[in-house]
Design a protein around this ligand. Structure first.
Ligand code: LAC
Ligand code: ZN
Length: 459
């Protein structure tokens, strides 16, 4: 019996779709890498069905690619042509919110925004937030250890997960649904599955730690003259707000001007500036808005800021974020692109941007090199588009940027992961010994190498 026939016999036609009938959206992610039709798509409704699918794949040594919302930017959820795509999209429930324990339990395919709303409904806050919140899923953010816009306050996804249920490559269900903040028994196995991009197991459920929901939030938008001013503003905001500072997002004008025009958003401050900053703070004292006003007034006086404004309601707040949140529009506005997600210490940021831009422009004078990022987390994003070429010269663009990243002591992935597109530079940010240890874990948990082969650290 073929793999497809075995899967059909075990799971039925409702759960299994043969390659030619697989809807297009399951054939690619947001990386811009070309679509791939898998051998079959499986859409299980239960953990037991996930386990059955994995057992069949294990027995037949069939590659399997788990999928969440497919909003990843690194190709990790793109199907493999002779493999199975396993979408968790039907396992999309919030199972429970526990107010007393301050936890949320959800299925892997639950859309992040749905989980955030469930936490909010209980007066609590889920600490993971990113632009793709309406598309990405709990399993996806866990598998990629997603970062996002509030890392400086709540940490990465890893810091917000208490427990997991994972199905291993051979179909074994690993129940690790811890809901205690402290549980110090042996190896904290869940951490191996967080950020390992579906190479060690398929996450089917998770317990998230929730946080008290700050009732008072303030969002500001500021223009700074240059990187030095922006970094001084960051230090100033940290000193003023302490742990109440939730976001410090920066956009360089190349990014800001093009994307703002592309989505038709208004410009919230007077005049043009060297950098645009979104500052957000959330606290338990209604005076936080006054604090932000005072913070910005001081910054204006000190010359750290050229002009600034505050949002007075939810609509204005969304307006201040609009350009920063336009990631799903890149394809439409820029066309094909080569994205980067670099981590660098802040004292090298100015040099990094200048040298990367210069290196690109020297090679392609009309290049569009758009810089932005989570400066509160030392995380710089860059999207590169070379106009008027049939195929983006990614193979040439990447070494320019990654060689500089390495030279400046940075990491090739701060929050997006490796997927397929950064495999060749994984060694820039991890030693041979670290990679060997990762592969030893992989071999132990997935001896036949069926889970997301050729992605991240997986052979
Ligand atoms: C962002 C995504 C791309 O920060 O990480 O917009
Ligand atoms: Zn980001």
């Amino acid at each position: 019996m073929s793999v497809l026939d075995r899967l059909l016999a075990a799971l039925g036609p409702d759960a299994v779709t043969a390659g030619p009938q697989v809807p297009e959206r399951f054939c690619h992610d947001w990386s811009g890498e070309p679509a791939v039709q898998p051998l079959a798509l499986i859409r299980p409704r239960t953990t037991a069905e996930v386990a059955i699918a994995l057992r069949v794949c294990f027995e037949t040594t069939t590659p399997i690619v788990p999928q969440g919302g497919r909003s990843g930017l690194c190709g990790g959820a793109r199907p493999i042509s002779q493999g199975i795509a396993l979408s968790l999209d039907r396992m999309n429930r919030v199972i429970a919110v526990d107010r007393l324990q301050s936890t949320l339990t959800g299925e892997a395919g639950c859309v992040l925004e749905t989980a955030q709303a469930a936490a909010a409904g209980a007066g609590l806050l889920l600490g993971v937030d990113l632009g793709a919140r309406g598309t990405c899923t709990l399993g996806g953010v866990i598998s990629t250890n997603a970062g996002g816009n509030q890392v400086l306050r709540y940490g990465m996804t890893r810091d917000n997960v208490l427990g997991l249920e994972v199905v291993l490559a051979d179909g074994t269900v690993l129940p690790a649904m811890n809901s205690l903040l402290k549980n110090n028994v042996g190896i904290d196995l869940k951490q191996m599955f967080i950020g390992s991009e579906g190479c060690l197991g398929v996450v089917t459920q998770a317990v998230f730690r929730l946080h008290p929901r700050p009732p008072h939030n303030v969002t500001a938008f500021a223009g700074c003259a240059d990187t030095q001013a922006m970094l001084s503003l960051l230090a100033h905001c940290r000193a003023v707000f302490g742990p109440a500072l939730t976001s410090f997002e920066v956009m360089w004008p190349g990014f800001y001007d093009l994307m703002r025009a592309g989505i038709g958003a208004p410009h919230p401050v007077q005049g043009s500036h060297g950098l645009y900053v979104i500052i957000e703070a959330g606290g338990f004292d209604a005076r936080i808005t006054d604090q932000m006003e005072a913070c910005l007034a001081d910054a204006l006086e000190a010359g750290l800021v050229g002009d600034a404004t505050l949002a007075h309601n939810g609509r204005e707040e969304r307006g201040l974020w609009a350009v920063r949140e336009s990631v799903s529009e890149y394809g439409r506005i820029l066309g094909a692109l080569t994205p980067f997600d670099i981590g660098l210490s802040l004292d090298r940021m100015e040099e990094a941007v200048a040298r990367m831009e210069a290196a690109l422009r020297q090679r392609w004078p009309d290049v569009r090199a758009l810089f932005y990022g989570h400066m509160g987390d030392s995380n710089l994003h860059l999207v590169v588009n070379v106009p008027n070429v049939a195929v983006q010269p990614s193979k040439e663009i990447k070494p320019l940027i990654y060689d500089l990243t390495r030279e400046l002591g940075g990491t090739v992935s701060a929050e997006h992961g490796i997927g397929t597109i950064k495999r060749d530079v994984i060694g820039y940010s991890r030693s041979d010994a670290e990679l060997a240890a990762m592969r030893a874990v992989k071999a132990a948990l997935d001896p036949r190498g069926i889970l997301n082969p050729g992605r991240s650290f997986a052979p």
